[in-house]
Design a protein around this ligand. Structure first.
Ligand code: ADP
Length: 226
């Protein structure tokens, strides 16, 4: 079995983070931690916490940093992440969250931060056509349409548009990505943790590029001088 890994995947909405993180999590046998998925499942739980986060998510606003940091701290404290590592998808999204993550992981830190690069015109097209299986969570879209209309190819579940994939919410989330999350690219670059990977093309090709970037880094840890 390949050794575990501690990764963050950055990328605009619709860049393919969810799809790629699932594939990477199978390859490295580590949990895929999607803060968006965790929050969506909280909104379905009917708790006060679920109601609170639903308001932010529906508008496309960020959930406050202190709330998100507690959620992630709790998840990173579980056995699977402690033993094998993790792939974080959707966290950190602000420099404040990135600083908190450094403190949570101290000592050790991340192996690598991947920036999945896709032009805005392409993500807009992908988001408009994105449909998610309500049962198994498989994501379909313009590049991988479902074979049977609104039915999942894998489990036969019903496909639906995400509640927050409305035009207004998409515009707001992309604005927030540019203002709050994109600064993390230079933040991690300065710390020599970043690898940019082209996110266009068939999903399996993108996965191979990501695995190459990760394995390169693991063979040549950043502490060593170039
Ligand atoms: P997207 O990247 O398409 O916005 P996600 O599934 O990653 O989708 O997140 C959905 C929503 O969950 C975000 O719009 C935001 O409201 C909330 N969210 C997820 N992760 C975070 C985070 N790290 N900080 C703040 N809010 C978050």
């Amino acid at each position: 079995m390949v050794p575990g890994v501690r990764l963050v995947v950055l990328g605009k909405q619709g860049a393919g983070k969810g799809t790629q993180c699932v594939r990477l999590s199978r390859h490295y046998v580590v949990p895929h931690i999607s803060t968006g998925d965790m929050l969506r499942s909280a909104t379905r739980s009917g708790t006060d916490f679920g109601r609170l986060v639903a308001e932010y998510m529906h508008l496309g606003e960020l959930v406050p940093d202190d709330v998100m940091i507690k959620v992630v701290e709790h998840r990173l404290d579980q056995h699977d992440t402690k033993n094998r590592g993790f792939i974080l998808d959707g966290f950190p999204r602000t420099v404040f969250q990135a600083e908190a993550l450094e403190n949570l992981l101290n000592p050790g830190g991340l192996d690598l931060v991947l920036d999945l690069e896709v032009p805005t015109e392409v993500v807009l097209e992908r988001l408009a056509s994105r449909r998610v299986c309500s049962v198994c969570g498989t994501i379909f879209g313009i590049d991988n349409p479902a074979r049977r209309g609104a039915i999942c190819d894998h489990c036969g579940g019903e496909l639906a548009q995400r509640d927050d994939d409305t035009e207004d919410s998409i515009r707001r989330r992309l604005e927030l990505y540019a203002s709050s999350t994109e600064p993390l690219i230079s933040w991690y670059l300065e710390r020599r943790k970043l690898a940019a990977v082209e996110g266009l093309g068939p999903a399996e090709r993108v996965t191979s590029r990501l695995i190459r970037a990760i394995d390169n880094r693991r063979q040549r840890p950043p502490e060593y001088p170039d």
